[in-house]
Design a binder for this molecule. Structure first.
Ligand code: ATP
Length: 211
């Protein structure tokens, strides 16, 4: 599903990740590691938000650099701590992102109800609690017809009902083998109820299968 080759990611000349060769099969992948180990850097790089050296290819077809638009249409990302321009509403952002990601008719409203974003649809994000920001970021990451969704710390600040709805929805998508997910969490991922077959340890600048 995702192939990473000869990747090096540095900030200001300091290398924080080196990934010679990583193949991720379809399904749900959990990345664990201590604070500052490189999980968010890896996710932001795979999402196409950070420059890097090397190659990232989706489905042996879409190269993140060569096929930049096609790749980004198929890879969505929810930040661990999302921030938006504070004057925009949930409706504004879902409208923009839904259009950019070519969301199918009705998808925005269905997801807004699933995640409870409909209850604060027209409020400015500057007035949101951290849980409301998290719900909106998860909604945005589900829009369109992605093949891969990256969720950085989806459990933090999410209320129990919304978390159950979200993970039920993810289970349906992965059962139908439509979408793959990469997750990070400092909390117990068994709380998601998802069957996570692939666990990776991030640390010392590398990513290795967890033992
Ligand atoms: N914008 C940046 N500029 C410089 N260094 C950065 C930047 N972002 C992250 N780093 C460094 O890169 C390393 C990896 O950070 P990253 O945020 O990827 O870790 P993480 O595993 O997501 O951590 P956490 O679990 O605390 O969220 C750390 O040493 C961090 O200091």
């Amino acid at each position: 599903m995702l192939t990473v080759s000869n990747l090096t990611k540095a900030y200001g000349g300091r290398t924080v990740l080196t990934i010679p060769d990583l193949h991720l099969s379809p399904g749900i992948h959990y990345f664990r590691g201590g604070n500052g180990s490189g999980k968010t850097t890896f996710f932001r790089t795979v999402a196409g938000l950070l420059p890097f050296t090397g190659t990232i290819t989706l489905d042996n077809q879409y190269d993140i650099k060569r096929d930049a638009v096609a790749y980004r249409m198929r890879v969505n990302y929810a930040e661990a701590e999302p921030l938006y321009p504070d004057f925009l509403t949930a409706r504004d952002l879902a409208g923009f992102v839904g259009k950019a990601k070519r969301a199918p008719a009705g998808q925005v409203n269905t997801l807004a109800e699933l995640l409870g974003v409909d209850t604060f649809w027209t409020k400015a994000t500057g007035t949101f609690s951290s849980g409301m920001l998290k719900k909106l970021s998860l909604l945005l990451a589900l829009l369109g017809t992605p093949k891969l969704i990256l969720l950085d710390e989806p459990l933090t600040t999410l209320d129990v009902t919304t978390a159950a709805n979200l993970f039920d929805f993810i289970r349906q998508l992965t059962d139908r083998q439509e979408v793959s997910f990469l997750l990070t969490s400092h909390q117990d991922v068994s709380l998601t109820g998802l069957s996570i077959a692939n666990v990776w340890q991030v640390g010392d600048g590398v990513i290795l299968p967890a033992t």
